[in-house]
Design a protein around this ligand. Structure first.
Ligand code: ASP
Ligand code: MG
Length: 484
């Protein structure tokens, strides 16, 4: 049994739908002709909203929240047109078409009402935003099911709100696995046994209290992985618009290559440090059951893509797999002569940061203990600095803490590879490459997983440094051709 997730661009145009039809038909035929011993054959499809739809939904609601209702009609109209174009092309059966039109109209009516209330209250809570932002998948998934039926595939729409149970952290919910397992098995197993292909909304879930939730932007990947783990799938396929995970962002490094394989750990680090290809949490549900993930291109389905698993073959050479970077960061430093040996400063610092809900991407402390520094997204830096100043008011007065500094325009580069564990000289090589480029390294840290060395530098040097590291580690060459 396989889970196939189609991203926004994979359901974003007529051409994309044509590809998806072929890909699903092929997968269904393959599952039927060669069922794996002891396993239920079958295909489960998870879909994103059509590309651009989630943004329109969120923007319209955000405008409404400041009292601007003028965009609602236009948004409803453009979303209707977008879906109708697909239905016009693929759905001939009048009853099927009427049903599908009704579903889209109902959703958009509900969307309009939500936005009008948001405008009246001039308030957009994370809970309301989840209702609105999840509507894109609630249009694309029933429509995709109807399109696939029109092409002879026995498909049935399933709302993930009925099966994925989450906590109530709106805008970034986490699944509650035991409840999700029970509901998913109950809803999907009978379909799979009858040879039906469930077409499931990505991105959305329902809290234990019954409120609609979402798993965070780009969360359909995570949905697919959760369902894949629950169903113990043979493979989780992430169908997108590129040929897989690359050694670097091809817009930054022109000779970046597609990676044949990666470990869960590596893909986790890459996604966390800015690689856009997968939602950062996607690997997590797959790890325990060792379910391979595959990133594939809807528009080039014969390309082998990137396989992600617990281990990769040939880890002797090519210890470094990829270089990625992330911008719009600030570095915050708490320093003072009085910090030496004063217990609890680090603890208080990070407790304070945690209370602001800022995400700390990297931490370093100098061995002299005279300073602690850490990197947070620029948007959070102001509130973090304020909170720390408040927490350490007394220490600042007594000069135990001299300064709480915030350095803007920072970026992080992550050099990623599971094989880096225990390999000497890597940091030296990174420093050398940076030195040759005359880039000042502000801080360097190795993640606890040892699958990642991250380097903090001025954001203006990011692209140049990524290029230099890509060359230094010979990532432009196939693994076999590298000298190290
Ligand atoms: N449609 C959602 C988003 O745009 C989820 C996804 O595409 O994975 O963020
Ligand atoms: Mg998407």
């Amino acid at each position: 049994m396989i889970v196939m997730k189609f991203g926004g661009t994979s359901v974003g145009s007529i051409e994309a739908f044509e590809q998806v039809i072929k890909i699903v038909q092929h997968a269904v035929a393959e599952q039927q002709s060669a069922p794996k011993l002891g396993q239920v054959p079958g295909v489960v499809v998870v879909t994103s909203a059509m590309s651009g739809v989630t943004n329109i939904l969120i923007d319209t609601a955000t405008q409404a929240a400041v009292g601007n209702e003028g965009h609602i009609d236009a948004a409803q109209q453009s979303l209707t047109n977008k879906h109708q174009l697909v239905m016009d092309t693929f759905i001939d059966d009048p009853a099927e078409r009427a049903d599908c039109d009704q579903t889209i109209a109902d959703r958009l009516f509900q969307f309009g009402r939500m936005c009008t209330s948001i405008a009246a209250l001039q308030e957009l809570s994370p809970r309301s935003l989840d209702i609105v932002s999840g509507m894109g998948e609630r249009m694309s998934a029933p429509m995709l099911a109807a399109v696939l039926r029109s092409q002879g595939i026995t498909a049935e729409f399933v709302d993930a709100g009925d099966i994925v149970v989450t906590d109530d952290v709106h805008g970034g919910a986490e699944p509650i696995m035991d409840l999700t397992i029970a509901r998913t098995q109950e809803r999907l197993q009978p379909l799979l046994q009858q040879g039906v292909v469930p077409i499931i909304t990505g991105f959305v879930g329902t809290s234990e209290k019954g409120a609609p939730t979402t798993l965070g932007r780009g969360g359909s990947d995570y949905s697919a992985a959760i369902l894949g783990a629950v169903l113990d799938a043979d493979e989780i396929q992430i169908w997108t618009d590129v040929n897989g995970v690359m050694t670097a962002d091809p817009r930054v490094v022109s000779n970046a290559r597609r990676l044949n394989q990666l470990t869960y750990e590596e893909v986790g680090e890459l996604a966390y440090y800015g690689a856009k290809v997968l939602h950062p949490k996607t690997a997590m549900p797959a790890i325990d059951k060792k379910i391979p993930l595959r990133v594939l291109n809807t528009f080039e389905p014969d390309n082998p893509g990137t396989k992600i698993a617990a281990r990769t073959e040939n880890t002797v050479k090519g210890t470094v797999k990829a270089v990625t970077s992330i911008r719009n960061m600030n570095m915050i430093t708490v320093s003072g002569n009085g910090l030496m040996g004063v217990p609890g400063v680090a603890g208080r610092t990070f407790n304070t940061v945690a209370e602001t809900n800022a995400n700390v991407l990297m931490i370093c402390q100098s061995s002299s203990e005279l300073s602690i520094c850490f990197v947070v997204p620029a948007v959070d830096a102001g509130s973090v600095t304020l909170a720390l100043e408040k927490e350490f008011t007394q220490e600042l007065d007594k000069h135990v803490v001299d300064r709480i500094e915030c350095q803007p325009d920072i970026g992080i580069i992550a050099v990623v590879g599971s094989g880096m564990r225990g390999v000497p000289g890597l940091a030296a090589k990174i420093f050398n490459a940076m030195a040759t480029e005359e880039v000042n390294v502000i801080a360097i840290a190795q993640g606890s997983s040892e699958a990642n060395v991250s380097v903090v530098i001025d954001a203006e040097n990011l692209s140049r440094s990524v290029q230099a590291l890509h060359t230094a580690f010979e990532l432009d060459k196939p693994t076999e051709a590298r000298t190290k």
